[in-house]
Design a binder for this molecule. Structure first.
Ligand SMILES: *Cc1c(COP(=O)(O)O)cnc(C)c1O
Length: 441
């Protein structure tokens, strides 16, 4: 057995991979190192990482600035308990985030991943109303197709994402509202937005004293299929929440840090939520770290003379010093003018190709928001986990491209260092797949 075979045998023997049916002909690809937008495998094989390694990488792999920030930090302080103690990196990072986020989104609670950022937001919203003397307010409104993570609270919020049928008995009840997804040339959107708002109004009118919060992925529902909505819809939702006195939570775990072409979807849409969840791109894709950021007034409600009003939540690695150092380095790169130019170039390139692809007989509902582009494959043989969907993924990987279609949705979510040539090549390969028998049953 050579070294690769031995490694993969032990992978097969000992590892339980996420979102994977390992029983059916699945063999993971071993990656030795990565640089920029390229992953390097065995025998000189390369893979273009067109999904930013599950949406976390921003500036390309192995960026020297982030490597260096982690190195310097590791020599000084790797981790310290974050209750009763603090450190410079966390303080600086929290101040930077408060600076970059609008209005009084100033109070930062750190945790480790997107799911926990959402759990924390839900618990804060829940206890906020108890602290204000309204303990009956614990109902959560969410949107069909929304995805908020895999822990139990986050699964409940994403009950209609389509991933969690086995776990329904574990979840708490939420109310799920229709989500007005839109695409290029969609002429029914105003009507569907208004229908969605009517349903929201009905719930807010009848049950406003039982509703704690509304949670939404602003501008793009990620795992639900890169379903995009208009900024004016978010504006209508926010106005309703404000009038009804209900909290609004933006789950920007995917949309944050430039994906929508702006720093955050909240800055792109000029709509400010009461709580915002950030993760994935926070450290540029180097280390797990997340943040739940609240308005000052929410934090105030947790203050009191004894512990009873405080938030009883925390994780072992809260505000890990290495992760904070990586995040600060990543943010410095993100606000650089050059990055802004790169984001615009990616969007323009997506636009050009999507305009052409829109005429393809197997392509429906092309859509672009910032650096994220998607379309649906027409026909009903391609759905999540279907043979055609797996064949498509295999076709891309065989050709050195990392794309993971979500059922019939093909999407691109590249790191910002991607070149126009790499994007052109990707779209050419997608067209080749569409015209081949890969997507036919
Ligand atoms: C990925 C994702 C999450 C969960 O984040 P993890 O880091 O995978 O726990 C939550 N919300 C949204 C919108 C996401 O895209």
């Amino acid at each position: 057995m050579n070294c690769l075979e031995a490694l993969l045998a032990n992978d097969k023997r000992y590892i339980w991979h996420p979102f994977t049916q390992s029983h059916i002909g699945y063999s993971p690809i071993l990656i030795r190192y990565a640089k920029g937008a390229i992953l390097y495998g065995e025998n000189g094989r390369t893979y273009l990482d067109m999904i930013s390694s599950w949406w976390v990488n921003l500036h390309g792999h192995s960026h020297p600035d982030i490597i260096n920030a982690i190195k310097v930090q590791a020599q000084q302080l790797e981790q310290v308990i974050f209750s009763g103690f603090t450190h410079e990196g966390a303080i600086e990072l929290a101040s930077r985030l408060a600076d970059l986020l609008p209005e009084d989104l100033n109070r930062v609670f750190f945790s480790d991943d997107g799911s926990t950022a959402v759990e924390v937001a839900l618990k804060i919203a829940h206890q906020y109303w108890r602290n204000l003397g309204e303990p009956k307010r614990h109902c959560l409104l969410t949107f069909d197709g929304g995805y908020h993570g895999d822990t139990v609270g986050a699964m409940s919020a994403g009950v209609n994402s389509g991933f969690f049928d086995h776990f329904k008995d574990m979840m708490f009840n939420v109310v799920s509202l229709p989500f007005p997804a839109t695409w290029d040339g969609d002429d029914t959107i105003a009507e569907r937005e208004s229908d969605s708002i009517t349903v929201l109004d009905t719930w807010l009118d009848r049950f406003r004293h039982e509703i704690a919060a509304v949670i939404i992925e602003p501008l793009i529902q990620g795992a639900g299929g890169m379903r995009m909505c208009r900024a004016q819809f978010l504006d209508s939702v926010a106005r309703r929440c404000r009038l009804a006195g209900v909290l609004l939570i933006f789950d920007e775990v995917m949309t944050g840090f430039g994906r929508t072409g702006h720093l955050f979807a909240t800055s792109a849409s000029h709509v400010t939520p009461d709580i915002i969840c950030l993760a994935k791109g926070l450290t540029g894709g180097f280390l797990p770290l997340s943040a739940t950021v609240c308005r000052d007034s929410i934090y105030q409600s947790f203050l009191g003379e004894d512990f009873s009003r405080a938030l009883a939540h925390g994780h072992s690695f809260t505000a890990n010093a290495l992760a904070c150092a990586a995040a600060l380095a990543s943010l410095r790169l993100l606000i650089d003018e050059q990055t802004k130019t790169m984001l615009q170039a990616i969007e323009a390139c997506h636009r050009k190709h999507m305009n052409r692809l829109a005429d393809h007989p197997r392509v429906e509902r092309t859509r672009v928001t910032g650096t994220v582009a998607a379309f649906d494959i027409a026909g009903d043989n391609v759905h999540y986990g279907s043979a055609a969907s797996l064949r498509l993924q295999e076709f891309f990987v065989r050709n050195g491209l990392v794309l993971r279609p979500l059922g019939n949705v093909v999407y691109l979510l590249p790191p910002y260092c991607v070149s126009t040539e790499q994007l052109d090549w990707t779209y050419a390969l997608i067209e080749k797949a569409l015209s081949s028998d890969v997507v036919h049953s």
